[in-house]
Design a protein around this ligand. Structure first.
Ligand SMILES: *[C@@H]1O[C@H](CO)[C@@H](O)[C@H](O)[C@H]1NC(C)=O
Ligand SMILES: *[C@@H]1O[C@H](CO)[C@@H](O)[C@H](O)[C@H]1NC(C)=O
Ligand SMILES: *[C@@H]1O[C@H](CO)[C@@H](O)[C@H](O)[C@H]1NC(C)=O
Ligand SMILES: *[C@@H]1O[C@H](CO)[C@@H](O)[C@H](O)[C@H]1NC(C)=O
Length: 825
């Protein structure tokens, strides 16, 4: 049974303590050294670390050219273990040598504690050094200004484990405060059953146990932070809050019943009871969430592609009986495990712990993403998914960082090489210690803050690149307090728009970036699916012609989206119905080209393709330089391959722009966007609303009315008088034909956005360099009947936008552009 976490903490603590007490694990090898000290020190009041300067401890030091150092002025909050350190000056060959049981398949834990302090003669904060284990470099040019505990698991084939600290050239010494070396339980790392997650398939990964692993994250999902005191292997488990991408999607599940450990499943050493007794499950409390969705976490892992062992812990504490729960697991958006059925995998015992090992490569986003979501097998009324724990360990392999572009060879490379240098992060900041914890916290938040700012800067000032790599939602989170102060506490005078989702405010962030703040009606969770959809889509997409999401806030039941601010507002207000000076014809063409470029990118830029679903002149925004950006993805849904139930969730487009075919077939495709875009083109040309109910019947609908005039060959009669004298007939002809084709009754007859883009560029060329009249003789018609200057036939999808605002990259269009440019000179 699942209970809310607040109700059961006391019981939980009671049970878990009870359990870990009578299930202590006794490692065969067990070295705990208090470095630089001649007395023993305890840590978390459970384990005694032997002073390495004591008579007994000094036997582990191979030479005496190292220096014991004490903190003359230790902070009262820091544990005694961290009051001393051993210094390894350059030139010293001193090292620790520990004899170990070197049975085949015997994995050991190695933990190194670094707690720098300043002492006369040595400022440990300035030290920079390498750490070698039996000659294998596990840490390179390491330095730290806060407490760091590095953990490695490795198989030792020699009878002796030697740990040495070699200063970098720039630094005179290395140091360490404490060392743990102890045998891992049998089968802690096993070679069978590990799944290698690569694009489009899952293979098995062998020889995991011969790899050196560095622990990067160890997370108790949905639970509390667990200290070495709570864990049979003296591990620290952190909470998942800061990694959960959308808190509203998840709900904590907690049980008071101890897990039913089964042979073949996980053991208490794999993860303590507390990990399996808490989880995050899907939050189905809100009506709108009938839709299927994932719970996702993003874990920072460094932006070099490196293989990681991802160990996921599961225990079905949410079902009331067997066979209720079926879910899918995704790692980095790749399907890692389809239809996980915990009942089947755990021999039909409910609440029985299980772990699954995956090997996945991190990508340049610097974020390893893990998602769980309901499987097709689940009963829709109780579709659910859960996750209890996550461990991420970097596979330390010199070659794995190069496999990014050659994924097919991953296995081969990994197995073929063992030694080498590595890149690393210091991530395991031990937070059990009050003062140090506070220090560490400030530092952490500062360091995540800087990239966020940098990221924002680049996304706003020069979003020239279209990238579908997720920068992670993590960096996008903005505190409610910052938004509140940036909008003068949602000052009504700052409202710049009202949408289905809620009010839009003008605001600014701490760094004075101007932003548009879209605030969902506070308290009501209405629109949560749109909110989730918008963040998911926008956080993955950056393009010069798409409005960037700067951040979001999901705090105190607020749903707030923060976008880059578009100075000149919607396109519509520069066409009619406002005091703005109407745009010139050339400006209009440039705006249309920009918007087409953005939309084309949306359709083709990601593997799935995204349908905007609500293209209209108020959703095309202009920045300072009248550059167009497509906005408002709130109604977006991923492309054609999603299930029908999603697409037919009611008419969501805007009247007058909506694809007529949608009514017939109840199906939205990217060609629905093309239709709406065609309406926008007519709007740009004629400067009147898509629907004007005040007009006589045959004029109400802009598309129908304009096409009538177009068919009569008299469209020039109804174009906006403000631009009538600027439009060259040849550009008008091409423009009108393009718009008409976009508004074809059937989707198949409409061009793709790529074709539209090409045609609009053609229009601009004609406007700039074409003759003042007689378009027919010079430039063929737009139906693709065949001069070399024509765009690709509709349906061909060869036009690719590289998102940098330059022309397409495909030969024919380049040739075309050149022809036109030359012709113009
Ligand atoms: C320190 O611990 C070791 C075992 O780890 C023990 O043999 C020794 O007696 C202890 N020394 C003191 C002074 O407590
Ligand atoms: C695994 O590694 C061992 C040596 O560590 C090697 O003998 C064996 O062939 C490897 N297995 C595979 C499948 O590569
Ligand atoms: C974990 O251990 C700490 C002592 O270090 C204790 O205060 C805490 O209650 C324990 N947590 C659980 C969940 O057992
Ligand atoms: C869950 O996430 C995966 C990977 O990003 C995606 O392919 C899948 O469609 C998502 N499922 C749902 C129901 O959103």
């Amino acid at each position: 049974m699942a209970f809310h976490i607040n109700l059961s903490l006391t019981l939980l603590f009671f049970f878990s303590t009870l359990h870990s007490l009578f299930a202590a694990f006794t490692p065969t090898d067990n070295y705990l050294l208090n470095c630089g000290s001649n007395t023993n020190a305890t840590f978390f009041s459970i384990r005694s670390f032997l002073g390495d300067s004591s008579h007994q401890g000094s036997t582990f030091l191979s030479t005496d050219r190292s220096i014991p150092l004490s903190d003359a002025n230790p902070s009262p909050d820091s544990p005694e273990l961290y009051h001393t350190a051993r210094i390894f000056p350059s030139g010293s060959s001193s090292s620790y040598k520990l004899s170990v049981t070197s049975k085949q398949q015997h994995t050991h834990f190695l933990r190194l504690h670094f707690a720098p302090f300043k002492s006369p003669g040595f400022d440990l904060l300035s030290a920079k050094f390498h750490v070698l284990v039996n000659g294998f470099s596990v840490m390179n040019s390491f330095s730290t200004d806060s407490i760091v505990v590095k953990e490695f698991t490795l198989r030792i084939n020699d009878p002796v484990l030697e740990i040495s600290f070699v200063p970098s050239k720039s630094s005179g010494f290395g140091f360490v405060n404490a060392i743990e070396v102890f045998s891992a339980p049998n089968d802690y790392i096993i070679d069978q059953g590990t799944k290698l997650v690569i694009p489009n398939s899952v293979k098995s990964f062998s020889n995991l146990s011969s790899q050196v692993l560095e622990t990067v994250h160890r997370i108790n999902i949905g639970g509390l932070r667990l200290t070495p005191f709570n864990d049979t292997l003296w591990r620290t488990w952190f909470v998942d809050d800061e990694y959960l991408l959308l808190k509203g999607a998840a709900k904590r599940a907690v049980t008071t019943d101890p897990p039913n450990y089964q042979r073949g499943g996980a053991s208490r050493e794999i993860a303590p009871d507390n990990v399996y007794m808490t989880a995050q499950e899907m939050n189905r409390d809100h009506q709108e969430l009938q839709a299927r969705f994932n719970i996702s976490w993003g874990f920072p892992v460094g932006s070099k592609p490196v293989l990681h062992l991802v160990r996921l812990h599961f225990c079905d504490i949410v079902s009331t009986s067997l066979n209720q729960l079926y879910f899918n697991v995704f790692i980095n958006d790749y399907l890692a495990f389809r239809d996980v059925d915990l009942s089947g995998l755990t021999f039909h015992v409910l609440a029985s712990p299980l772990y699954i090992d995956f090997v996945a490569e991190s990508d340049h986003s610097g974020m390893l993403r893990i998602s769980v979501g309901p499987s097709d097998l689940s009963n829709p009324s109780r579709a659910n998914a859960l996750l209890n724990g996550v461990e991420i360990m970097r596979i330390m392999n010199p070659v794995s960082s190069k496999v990014g572009s050659r994924k097919k060879h991953v296995i081969w490379i990994v197995v073929g090489s063992v030694l080498g240098s590595l890149v690393f992060l210091c991530l395991l900041v031990l937070c059990g210690l009050c003062l140090c914890r506070r220090n560490a916290k400030t530092k952490n938040s500062e360091s995540t803050w800087t990239p966020l700012r940098r990221f924002r800067g680049s996304s706003i000032s020069r979003t020239t690149e279209g990238t579908v790599s997720s920068n992670g939602y993590q960096t996008l989170r903005i505190s409610f307090a910052e938004i509140q102060s940036g909008t003068n506490n949602f000052d009504k005078s700052l409202i710049i728009g009202v949408g289905g989702f809620g009010m839009v405010f003008k605001g600014s962030l701490k760094d004075n970036t101007k932003v548009a703040v879209k605030r969902g009606v506070p308290g009501s969770r209405q629109g949560l699916p749109e909110f989730l959809s918008e963040i998911t889509i926008l956080s993955k997409i950056r393009h010069r012609h798409l409005v960037s999401l700067v951040g979001y806030c999901e705090e105190q039941s607020e749903m707030i989206l923060v976008y880059e601010y578009m100075d000149k507002g919607p396109l519509k207000s520069h066409l009619y119905g406002s005091t703005n000076r109407p745009l010139s014809w050339k400006q209009r063409l440039k705006v249309c080209i920009g918007a087409a470029r953005g939309l084309h990118y949306l359709h083709t830029g990601s593997s799935q393709g995204i349908i905007h679903r609500d293209i209209k002149s108020t959703n095309i925004l202009l920045d300072d330089d009248y550059e167009a950006k497509v906005a408002d993805f709130g109604l977006s849904r991923s492309g054609p391959c999603i299930d029908e139930t999603h697409v037919s969730t009611g008419v969501k487009g805007s009247f007058g722009y909506l694809d007529p075919e949608y009514f017939r077939r109840q199906q939205l495709t990217d060609k629905s966007d093309v239709y709406s875009f065609g309406v926008v083109l007519f709007e740009v040309l004629c400067a009147r609303p898509a629907v004007d109910p005040l007009l006589v019947r045959e004029q109400v609908n802009l598309a129908e009315w304009a096409i009538e005039w177009q068919k009569k060959g008299m469209l020039d009669q109804v174009i906006d008088p403000n631009i009538a004298d600027q439009v060259k007939p040849c550009s008008l002809k091409k423009f009108a034909e393009t718009a008409e084709k976009c508004c074809a009754d059937y989707g198949v007859d409409r061009p793709t956005m790529g074709d539209v883009l090409w045609n609009l560029e053609h229009v601009l060329q004609l406007q700039e360099s074409g003759p003042l009249d007689k378009p027919e003789e010079t430039y063929g018609d737009a139906t693709g009947s065949g001069t070399s200057r024509q765009g690709p036939s509709s349906g061909s999808n060869t036009y690719r936008d590289n998102g940098d605002g330059s022309s397409g990259i495909i030969n024919s269009s380049q040739v075309f552009s050149q022809l036109m440019t030359n012709a113009g000179r």
